[in-house]
Design a protein around this ligand. Structure first.
Ligand SMILES: Cc1cc2nc3c(=O)[nH]c(=O)nc-3n(C[C@H](O)[C@H](O)[C@H](O)COP(=O)(O)OP(=O)(O)OC[C@H]3O[C@@H](n4cnc5c(N)ncnc54)[C@H](O)[C@@H]3O)c2cc1C
Length: 505
């Protein structure tokens, strides 16, 4: 690890221990101002901004080390840094000289925060379904009309990067364009905050853009290449989310080990109980697998090799495994896991969001499986991971699917292939990591992954599995459970200013 990264991670640890009150952050529903100011001063918002603009200019490997540390401290703060970076990255990688000069110095220090606005009420995981539009109306001018929701940092940011469908004359069918919009631009308003069960210290808002005039100079990258920009952001963010999940998993396991080593239960020490050992070993394997995957992906990025399937696998497995590990930790700590004082509860609710944003697991499994249907993609993925032998598992999966009715269901087949790809990519990256650095937990992790592969194959061979594919009888369920179909109509709290005090009645 570079000296710079060691300095930052050790500063973060001390800062978290002495200056951040996580309970207050949660109760007050706000990250404390000094936290944002200090993170800005230390350059945490600028990990990938070049040094000439006041950034740290860290490599992918170094950036992931910092993000991992943030994840081990607090997922709300880590996600806030990540969401801010989603607005910074398009300016760093695609912004004109003018945009870079204007924004990067203030964004690097955290004097200004930013956001990335993609999700809309009618389209979240299905990005192509967005209906906001950007249209050329005059020489050097565009008109943006968009309604966005769930935009992290929405009401805190000074500038936002918006993705909209390109309307009017198009070179590329169904294309998108990215632009930046400053706070205070006529026609742009930040809407209600969307309160969430976790990430309570941070904000997500609705955003409305009504006939917003966007000058040519505020278009990010090339017109109609918004999807490329969105993809670039998503690739890096997916890896970042995996890195923060890794840090959080490690923290959960530290608490679990400490408690289990000290706590006596009816069979003796909790840690000596076989059920506990099995859980802890599975957690260890999950951490080791994700760690190998995250840092192997960084090495590939360093060689400018971007394999979307690998980034999807990182996001899926990082967040799903974190869900398992934090749940196991909470359970093994008994009542202490459920206590607010011990902070695990915050990891528990915050971790839940990670499986949803930046592509929910199911969506990514589907896309990953769809790509891996192509032999050319399989060859490419496994060639880069130096694991061409693993392709045979996908061939076996294909033949199991073909021999049952499951294979004819395209959704199911893609998801199953996506899931198998997850295990295989984890296996390949684990093996690669073990070459450069002997991993003490290698055999445990390899055996665990092989067991997952075998389990998935066996499950697909079970005829009973077919039952789950039948049509859902929605009416039967709604009728049978009508007694618990409760829809609240209680009045909400009043928060508008009294009309008698307003300028106009
Ligand atoms: C805390 C938080 C912060 C966020 N921050 C941002 C932000 O900064 N910027 C931004 O643009 N957005 C942001 N989002 C939005 C987020 O990216 C979306 O919520 C997410 O993409 C899912 O979209 P959706 O909520 O519309 O769910 P939907 O698209 O309605 O999905 C519903 C369900 O369908 C499932 N599904 C979808 N496709 C498939 C498939 N092929 N097979 C099986 N199941 C499938 C999904 O897994 C999900 O379970 C944020 C969300 C949250 C919760």
């Amino acid at each position: 690890m570079s000296e710079n990264v060691e300095r930052i991670t050790s500063w973060l640890k001390t800062f978290a221990q002495t200056r951040v009150n996580f309970r207050l952050q949660n109760d007050r529903r706000c990250i404390q101002p000094h936290v944002i100011l200090e993170l800005g001063r230390q350059g945490i918002f600028a990990i990938q901004i070049e040094k000439q603009y006041g950034g740290l200019g860290l490599s992918h490997y170094e950036s992931c080390k910092v993000i991992e540390q943030l994840g081990g401290i607090d997922l709300t703060i880590a996600s806030m840094v990540g969401q801010n970076n989603m607005g910074i990255r398009p300016i760093v990688n695609f912004g004109s000289q003018q945009l870079r000069d204007e924004f990067l110095p203030v964004l690097a220090t955290g004097q200004m925060l930013t956001s990335f606005a993609m999700t809309e009420p009618q389209a979240g995981s299905h990005i192509q379904g967005i209906t906001s539009t950007i249209k050329k109306t005059a020489e050097n001018k565009y008109l943006l009309n968009a309604q966005k929701m769930w935009i992290g940092m929405g009401s805190w940011c000074g500038v936002t990067c918006v993705i909209a469908k390109h309307s009017g004359e198009q070179q590329i069918p169904n294309s998108m364009t990215a632009c930046i919009v400053r706070n205070g631009t006529p026609g742009f308003s930040v809407g209600e905050e969307q309160l969430s069960i976790g990430m309570r210290g941070s904000v997500q808002n609705h955003m409305l853009f009504r006939d917003v005039v966007v000058p040519d100079s505020d278009i990010v990258g090339k017109v109609e290449e918004g999807y490329i920009i969105a993809n670039d952001i998503m690739q890096f963010t997916r890896l970042g989310v995996a890195a923060m999940s890794l840090g959080a998993m490690k923290r959960c396991l530290v608490y679990t080990i400490r408690y289990a080593s000290r706590r006596k239960i009816n069979t003796g020490l909790l840690i000596d109980n076989t059920a506990t050992k099995m859980k802890i070993n599975a957690c260890r394997a999950k951490i080791s697998a994700v760690e190998s995957l995250v840092y192997t992906t960084c090495e590939l990025l360093q060689q400018s090799i971007i394999i979307p399937e690998i980034h999807m696998v990182a996001k899926i497995t990082g967040t799903e495994f974190l869900g398992d590990v934090v749940d196991d930790a909470l359970q093994l700590l008994g009542g202490r896991g459920y206590s607010e004082n011990n902070l695990l509860a915050y990891f528990f609710v915050d971790a839940r969001a990670l499986r949803i944003f930046e592509g929910p697991s199911e969506t990514l499994l589907y896309y990953c499986g769809q790509l891996m249907k192509l032999r050319s993609r399989r060859t490419k993925v496994f060639a880069h991971l130096k694991a061409t032998d693993l392709k045979s598992y996908l061939e076996e999966l294909d033949s199991v699917l073909q021999s049952s009715s499951l294979g004819s269901d395209e959704n199911f087949a893609c998801s199953a292939r996506g899931k198998m790809t997850c295990w295989l990519v984890l296996l390949a990256t684990l093996r690669l990591s073990n070459i450069t650095r002997v991993l003490p937990e290698y055999s445990l992790t390899e055996a665990w992954i092989l067991n997952r592969i075998e389990t998935q194959m066996q499950q697909l061979r079970l005829e009973a599995y077919n039952n789950l594919l039948r049509e859902v009888d929605t009416q039967e369920i709604l009728n049978s459970f009508a007694n618990v179909d409760i829809e609240q109509v209680i009045p909400d709290e009043e928060c508008d200013m009294d009309r008698l005090l307003r300028r106009k009645i």
